[in-house]
Design a protein around this ligand. Sequence first.
Ligand SMILES: Cc1ncc(COP(=O)(O)O)c(C=O)c1O
Length: 484
Amino acid sequence: MSKNHWKPNKETNVSVYQQIFIYIKNKIISGEWPDGFKLSSQRKLADEFDVNRSTIVTVLEELKSYGFIETKKGSGTLVTYNEESDFSLRTINWDSLIQSSIYESNNRVVQDINDFELEEQFIQLGKGELSPSLFPKSTMSQVLSSISNKVNYLGYEEARGFRPLRKAIAHHLRNHSIDVSENSVLITSGALQALQLISLGLLKTGSTVFLGEPSYLFSLKVFQSVGISLYGINMDKYGLNFLDIPYSKKYENRSAIYCIPSFHNPTGITMPSFRRKDLLKMSEQHNLLVIEDDVYRDLWIDTPPPQPLKSMEKTNNVVYIGSLSKTLSPGLRIGWVVANEQVINHLADIKSQTDYGTSSISQLIAYEWLKDNLYRDYLIEIRRELKFKREIMISSLHQHLSSLASWDIPKGGLFIWIKIEVNISIQRLYLDMLNEGVLINPGYIYGKRYRNYIRLSFSYASEDEIRHSISLLGKKIRSLSKLS
Ligand SMILES: Cc1ncc(COP(=O)(O)O)c(C=O)c1O
């Protein structure tokens, strides 16, 4: 085969893979590379086009699936196209479409955990959700019957969300010293959509988001899928240590800080006031957007967390996120973003292009909970229950893991972040526990450096399940440490 002088253009929006596919396809259809023509080896093609070999492998697979080429043992890859070739029956190469899609797939372990979390046979020792036994069934029934009388029509909502609900959220936020009107509130389909709207609407491709490592955000591909990099920053006992952020011109106007200052997921750390103030000062100095993810705020157990960054700022640098998922019900898919009106209108416009607004029924339910203080009263009960369950988990941990692991007691939220102090494979531990019917979250899904950590949740499993699983965990860690 003659040498190709053409090379894909790496500066355009069309992927290198697509450009090479089209280039070779045109060569074949034009007859320049006729039926029986032998293509260069994968390695040579990769050199000629100046791309990775994996790109060539994907292109060749795609060409094969369309019947343009075939690989014959001993003869290499040959063109099989001629004018009589019938391509109408060829099936789509779904694999390659999926591999090259804009949105990245979750990592395999996260996908598995998402599946296993739905299976009743497992004891859920990692799940970031309140137990169904804490679900306020009778109040929810009252709420549902009260809204059933009010629904006369379910039309498209205002993209920013049902105005009375936005007002009720603004009112609720005043308890946290965030003083905004409903025009600064956007209702989203959970906090996750809030993150997605921010990634699409406020940051450009090539931006960097600095965040404490480990972090919940590392277990998703929301930001990475739109070409934004996550940059893990060390955490200390006060949370994200912003002094470790490598400020430089290259990050100006193209970066943000993401933080979970109250009852951080997965570490449970709460950032004290002084760190919040310093972080804000720094964001003002460097003109950095701060994404404050405060979905665990209402789940304080001992004392309320310090005021949100949003309530303390002098500028308008903070975009604030809340949700009912962790407190009331993740199935409602009700979250919110609080920011200045210009930002809210822009994010609402993107939201309306994505889903035309959050479900009206969910918004009506949320409104009923918030408007008459049902939500506030319910939280008092939940805190009591969480305190009780946290105590059970901590005492089981002391009983079974004290010589094997270390942890801090979180002052709220759902999680205990556990460092395994003996040398074992956490992947093995995760699989062994799964075999025994217990699902735990390995720490490495929240940050690659956290290979000797696990995240446990004290909120979902029952008392007996917690005791049983922690005892089992102790036994498994012990036996794995003897093996290593
Ligand atoms: C820190 C944090 N932010 C956002 C979310 C997503 O919450 P939602 O269910 O409201 O989308 C989660 C869920 O685990 C979370 O832990």
